[in-house]
Design a protein. Sequence first.
Length: 336
Amino acid sequence: MSKQSKQQEMLHHLRSLEARPDEQVCYALEILERERGEQVVAQALAVLTSIPTVQARPSLLRLYAYYHEAGVKRDAGGGLRMALLAALLSIADARDQALAERAIFTYEFLPPTREECAGGLRAAGLILLHNLDPLLASYHGTRLLVDQYNTSRMSGEPAVSAARLLAEQGQLLPLYSYLFSGGHAEVEAACLRNLSRAPAAIIETLLSFYTSLTSTGTGVPIPRHESKEDVVLLGLFDLLLAFPANQACLSFLETFLRETTRAEVYHSVLTTIIATHASQPWKIVQQVARTERRLEKIGYLLSTCALAQPEPATQQIIENLQQRKTQAGKPGSMLS
């Protein structure tokens, strides 16, 4: 039997034990003792994460040491070590603090570009440390938040996890500071989303900052928020919609919905308003819908209104939007 066939057989047997969790855990531990194939090890760790057992701790620690010894060669990107920390999370004790800190300080560079690849592992270590020593984790989280050189270009980790952790602890000042220093778009969005417990006056200060004019090198100043990536705008609106009665936030929302050409953000903001059942933002949407004449936006407004609670005012808006949509399809229409 080939190695691949053998591993597929083990995976099949592991899954077949789902109705017998004790046996499944035992078999998962058996796999970890003698196998190193990425797929089969990952599945065994998934079992131990969903069914925590203190008996797994020695195996998890031994396996982590094995992968850490030659991280780039044995666990490129740190995926298996992240899974090991996830399996350890529910059963960890004070003895595992050193392991968490080791993960937090793990930096690995993949050839040939030598791009740093262990951001997710540092994030996993930070989460584990937070369970063991929240104060110490807050210090490391503050450092990782601004460790831009070694923040993943794709996910923003570990800084995104650091932002969430600091917000959970009520430590909002590092997040607030990050927004004025620039940096990674995913991290900036995470900081915005996690400032929902900041004072309303601070939210208005941030709104003023994001609407202030800035130069983009073209010689024509534009509002700062227009220079940001979509993910940052979405983070900004998640924050503003956490203050649904704030007049400054509502005014910005109305202006954005009327003027923006960024379709994906526009659609996402409409969907969020419906999902949160916020009455004041929904009134803004209704006001905008009554005069909107651009075909793409009409389509988004129709799909949003269809999700709203049925009421005469909404039905009237839908009918008007449908009429404008039909008119837009006629030759010579002035709608665009």
